[in-house]
Design a protein around this ligand. Structure first.
Ligand code: SAH
Ligand code: SF4
Length: 391
């Protein structure tokens, strides 16, 4: 509880980087309207202009003001001079044998983040990032070996969804029938970074994604995964209302301190206390407990039984994640029969216990493998091993 975990996060100011016009992407509706008014749009027109521009950006997915044909030519020219419509640029796109697509995206400042699209029977999940790197140092996570570079802006977070929709040709096309099937039916904040250490930008981006006149994803189709930043959990319920997944991963504080070091600040007991209120606050469904299966570390029958005891009373499902190995990782994946035995104990206790099928492993796109190869300041394999060994 006492170990100091410092947060040294650089958040870009809302104003555009030097030399660039302010970006309209990533502004919430009230922010968009305020930006239009500040730039000289008469107050009386602002609400209507906001609605029109919003639809172009988030329903039709257009990227140039000239295409916004229900605005006057003069107003389009004014927008063009004043603002930008900027989303991250795709640097590379890798497609796995199983159809998973991994995008490496470049954002302002030349940094890179990863976004993964996972097609499944009847649904498609987009896994998005919230930070470049991560301040936390979970010892089994590849992202955790990379220093935090900076928080993503709301534009860069919603921009990941927009870029994936571009690649999948998912935007509505004027004059064509509305597409019924959704290629991106779900969004999970399970890419790089700790979303609750970038709360405001994540919230604003998700409000844009949920808006009914745009991308229009229901809050029940968005899952935010956190390592357990307790003070922000109630805010997630109140201000976003999405589903919650918790990177639980251990059943004793001694082991969780080692795997998810933020546990030293908010331990298992404190975390579970915050979770007991979540479904009530957000009127949401069950909480997902994510549990990475590490051979000989957290995968015993005793762990499974303790897990069930700990979460008693919380509407929950448990998602077992076979450890995705990465070069230099200090752990191994539990054997398959061990994972099944663990799942069986949980199932018999009355919980759904799906085992997550690793996807896109051939392109290093699986959970916890994301890391931009270009970032400097990585830790060495020996540092990672030393941290994993620390109690
Ligand atoms: N920072 C957030 C979200 C990103 S990680 C969090 O920690 O919850 C998404 C999920 O993948 C988390 O449950 C994380 O613990 C898990 N994960 C990280 N590295 C992994 C790995 N190498 N193999 C399997 N799961 C991993
Ligand atoms: Fe950060 Fe999540 Fe990885 Fe932990 S598991 S280092 S919180 S991205």
């Amino acid at each position: 509880m006492t170990a100091p975990i410092t947060q040294d996060v650089l958040t870009l100011p809302r104003k555009a980087p030097e030399g660039l016009k302010p970006n309209l992407i990533g502004l919430t509706r009230p922010q968009l309207r305020a930006a239009l008014v500040d730039a000289g749009t008469p107050e009386k027109q602002a609400r209507m202009r906001e609605g029109q521009i919003w639809q172009w950006l988030y329903h039709w997915g257009v990227r140039d003001f000239a295409s916004m044909t229900n605005l006057s030519k003069d107003y389009r020219a004014f927008l063009e001079q004043t603002f930008d419509i900027r989303v991250p640029a795709i640097v590379t796109r890798q497609v796995s044998a199983d159809g998973t697509r991994k995008y490496l995206l470049r954002i302002d400042g030349g940094h890179e983040v990863e976004t993964v699209y996972i097609p499944e029977e009847g649904r498609g999940t987009l896994c998005i990032s919230s930070q470049v790197g991560c301040t936390l140092t979970c010892s089994f996570c590849h992202t955790g070996t990379q220093k935090l570079v900076r928080n993503l802006t709301a534009a860069e977070i919603v921009g990941q969804v927009m870029v994936a929709r571009d690649d999948l040709a998912e935007w509505s096309v004027p004059g064509q029938p509305r597409k019924e099937e959704r290629l991106i039916s779900n969004v999970v904040l399970m890419g790089m970074g700790e979303p609750l250490y970038n709360f405001d930008n994540v919230r604003d981006a998700m409000q844009i994604v949920m808006d009914g006149e745009g991308i229009s994803l229901s809050r029940r189709r968005i899952t935010l995964s956190t390592s357990g930043i307790v003070p922000e959990i109630a805010r997630t319920a109140e201000e976003i209302g999405c589903l919650l997944a918790i990177s639980f991963h251990a059943t004793t504080d001694a082991v969780r301190d080692r795997l998810v070091p933020v546990n030293k600040k908010w331990n298992i007991d404190t975390l579970l206390g915050a979770l007991r209120d979540y479904p009530r606050l957000s009127n949401s469904e069950r909480i997902t407990f994510e549990y990475v299966m590490l051979k000989g570390v957290n995968d015993s029958d005793e762990d499974a039984r303790r897990l069930v005891r700990l979460i008693r009373g919380i509407p929950a499902k448990i998602n077992l994640i076979p450890f995705n190995e990465w070069p230099g990782a200090p752990y191994q994946r539990s054997d398959w029969d061990r994972i099944e035995a663990f799942a069986d104990i949980i199932f018999k206790a009355g919980y759904a216990s799906p085992i997550r099928t690793p996807r896109g492993e051939d392109i290093m796109a699986a959970c916890g493998q994301l890391k931009s190869a270009t970032e400097r300041g990585r830790k060495s394999a020996s540092q990672i091993a030393a941290e994993a060994a620390k109690g």
